[in-house]
Design a protein around this ligand. Structure first.
Ligand code: ZN
Length: 513
C-alpha cells in the first residue's frame, strides 16, 4: 500500500520526542545511581530544559495537522495494523498534551516541587499540619486537571485514565469492593492463627552473595542482561533507555533476605515486559507498557505468583542454601516458604504481604475518590486514614508519619489515579496466569525444574509484544477471554494461604455470597 508522506513526517517527529524522553530517562537514572551530590542543581536544570523542549514538540500544531491529514489512511487500515495503532496512540497523546494549558503545567510543577519539599521534611517530623495546605492546593489542581477532560462520568476518571487508560472509577470501585469482601475474611482467619516465624530471613546476609543470587534468579527467569543491567539505588525502579537497554536498580538490606531478592524479581518483571515489546515499535509511542496496571501485573506475576510459590523454591532453595550455608543450612524448605509468605496486619503498604497489600491500596483509592467528590475534606483526611486502617487492617497508626504521610504519591503528583494500578496489577497477574495454565497445565512442574520459558513466552505472545498497540482491556479479553475479573486472584490467594495457614479453604464465592 502507498505510504502517505504525512506518516513518514509523523514518525520522524515522534522519534525525536522518543529520543528526548530517553535522554531524560538516562539523566534521571544517573541522578539516582551514580551522580555525585554536587551535580544536583545542574541536573535539575538540564531535566527542566529537556522537559520544556519535549513538551513543545509534543504539542506542536503540525502534529495535529498530520494526524488530521492521516484520518482517511487510518480508516483504510485494518485496526490491528501497526500503523493504525501508532496513529491512534499518537492522537491520544497529542490530544492529552494539548488539552492541558502550558500555564497550568508550569503551576503544577512549581507546586509539586514545593509540596514534595515540605513533605520530605514533614514526614520525619510527623508534622501533618505542614502538608495540609499543600494537599488542599493539590486537590484543587487535581479537580482543575479533570476539568480539561469534560464529559467524564466520575471526576477521578480523567486522572485514572492517565495511568490506566480506559479504566473507570465506577468499574474499579465495583471490582475493589468485591476483592475487599473476599479478602477481609481471609485476613481474619489467617491472622487468627499463630504468627509465622520468619526469623530465618533476619540473619546477616552479605550484600555480595545476595546480589549474585538475585542475578542468578532473574537470569533464569529471562531478564536479558545483554539488553539491560542492574545497579544500586535508594528506591528501586526500572527504566527504559531503548527497547534494547532496559535497566533495573535494587537496594540491599543485609539483615533482611527478602527485601532485595523480591524487589529484584519485581523490577525484572517490569523489565521483561519492556524487553518483550516488538522491536518494530522502537522509537515510537507504542514502545512502552500499556498501563500502570498491566505493568504491575508483570512485576507481581514474577515476584509473587512465581517467585513466592513452592515449586519455584523447590528449585531454588537448595541453591540459596548453598549460597548461605551457615544461615540456611539447617532451615527447612517449609520453614523458609512460610517465612517468605508471612501474613500480618501492618501499617506500611510497601512492606505488606500479598494478602493484606490490596487493603492498603483499596483504602487509598477510596480516599482519593472521596476527596475528589468533595465528600471528604482535606483537614479530615488524617483521621479518615486512621479510621480505615482500624476497620480494614485492624491496626491503628500511632502517628501520621506512618499514616497519611506514608506514601510520596500525593506529595509528588495529583490526587486521583495514583494507587489503583498496584491492585489492578495483582488482579490481572492471576487472571493472566490462570489463562497461561489453561494453555500449558504443566507450567508449575516446569517452574519446579527452574524452567520459565513457557510462561515467559506465553506472556510475550499475549501481553509484552503489543506494547501500547493494545489497551489493557483488549489484552485481557484476547488473552483470557474476558475483561478484568477478580475471581482468579481471590481463588489464588485463598488456595495458597489456606494451605500455608492450615485453615479451611472456603471457596471465596461462598464467602462473598
Ligand atoms: Zn512495580
Amino acid at each position: 500500500m502507498h505510504i502517505p508522506p504525512q506518516l513518514t513526517e509523523l514518525k520522524t517527529r515522534l522519534h525525536e520526542i522518543y529520543d528526548l524522553e530517553m535522554a531524560a530517562a538516562l539523566l534521571n537514572w544517573d541522578q539516582t545511581t551514580y551522580m555525585p551530590p554536587g551535580g544536583a542543581a545542574a541536573r535539575g536544570r538540564q531535566l527542566a530544559t529537556l522537559g520544556r523542549i519535549t513538551h513543545e514538540k509534543r504539542t506542536d500544531p503540525q502534529i495535529g495537522r498530520l494526524l488530521d491529514a492521516l484520518r482517511p489512511y487510518e480508516e483504510s487500515l485494518p485496526p490491528d495494523s501497526a500503523d493504525a495503532a501508532l496513529i491512534r496512540v499518537a492522537r491520544r497523546d497529542y490530544e492529552r498534551a494539548t488539552r492541558i494549558p502550558a500555564a497550568f503545567t508550569a503551576e503544577l510543577y512549581q507546586h509539586i516541587a514545593a509540596s514534595y519539599d515540605v513533605w520530605s521534611r514533614a514526614r520525619p517530623a510527623n508534622d501533618v499540619a505542614a502538608v495540609l495546605p499543600y494537599l488542599e492546593r493539590t486537590l484543587d489542581l487535581s479537580r482543575r486537571f479533570a476539568e480539561f477532560f469534560p464529559g467524564y462520568d466520575h471526576i477521578a476518571d480523567p486522572l485514572i485514565d492517565m495511568a490506566d487508560y480506559g479504566m473507570r472509577a465506577a468499574t474499579i470501585k465495583q471490582v475493589f469492593a468485591e476483592l475487599r469482601q473476599g479478602l477481609l475474611p481471609l485476613v481474619e482467619q489467617v491472622t487468627a492463627q499463630p504468627p509465622v516465624d520468619d526469623s530465618c530471613l533476619r540473619q546477616f546476609f552479605p550484600e555480595a552473595q545476595q546480589m549474585a543470587f538475585g542475578i542468578e534468579v532473574i537470569t533464569a527467569l529471562g531478564y536479558d542482561f545483554t539488553r539491560g543491567r542492574q545497579d544500586k539505588t535508594l528506591h528501586p525502579f526500572m527504566t527504559k533507555l531503548s527497547l534494547n537497554d532496559v535497566r533495573i536498580t535494587t537496594r540491599f538490606d543485609e539483615y533482611d533476605l527478602g527485601s532485595a531478592l523480591f524487589s529484584t524479581i519485581h523490577e525484572a518483571g517490569h523489565a521483561m515486559y519492556e524487553q518483550g515489546i516488538a522491536l518494530e515499535f522502537e522509537g515510537t509511542p507504542l514502545a512502552s507498557g500499556t498501563s500502570a496496571g498491566m505493568h504491575e501485573s508483570q512485576s507481581r506475576l514474577w515476584e509473587n505468583v512465581v517467585g513466592r510459590s513452592l515449586p519455584f523454591w523447590e528449585h531454588f532453595y537448595p541453591r540459596l542454601q548453598a549460597t548461605f550455608p551457615d544461615q540456611l543450612g539447617r532451615v527447612s524448605l517449609e520453614t523458609f516458604y512460610r517465612a517468605i509468605n508471612k501474613v500480618q496486619r501492618s501499617l506500611i503498604r510497601t512492606e505488606a504481604d500479598e494478602v493484606t497489600y490490596n487493603l492498603h491500596v483499596i483504602l487509598r483509592f477510596d480516599l482519593e475518590l472521596a476527596l475528589l467528590e468533595g465528600t471528604l475534606a482535606v483537614r479530615d483526611l488524617p483521621e479518615a486514614w486512621h479510621e480505615r486502617y482500624r476497620s480494614d487492617l485492624g491496626v491503628t497508626p500511632p502517628d501520621d508519619r506512618d499514616g497519611v504521610l506514608q506514601d510520596v504519591h500525593w506529595y509528588s503528583g495529583l490526587i486521583g489515579g495514583a494507587f489503583q494500578g498496584y491492585t489492578l496489577g495483582n488482579i490481572m497477574s492471576a487472571q493472566l496466569f490462570e489463562a497461561a495454565l489453561r494453555d500449558h497445565p504443566d507450567i508449575p512442574q516446569q517452574i519446579g525444574r527452574g524452567e520459565f520459558g513457557t510462561l515467559r513466552e506465553w506472556m510475550r505472545e499475549h501481553v509484552y509484544r503489543y506494547g501500547r498497540a493494545l489497551d489493557a482491556d483488549d489484552i485481557l479479553r484476547r488473552a483470557t477471554g474476558r475483561s478484568l475479573d477478580v475471581q482468579p486472584y481471590l481463588t489464588y490467594l485463598w488456595r495458597k494461604y489456606s494451605e500455608i495457614y492450615g485453615i479451611a479453604y472456603t471457596p471465596f464465592h461462598q464467602v462473598v455470597a
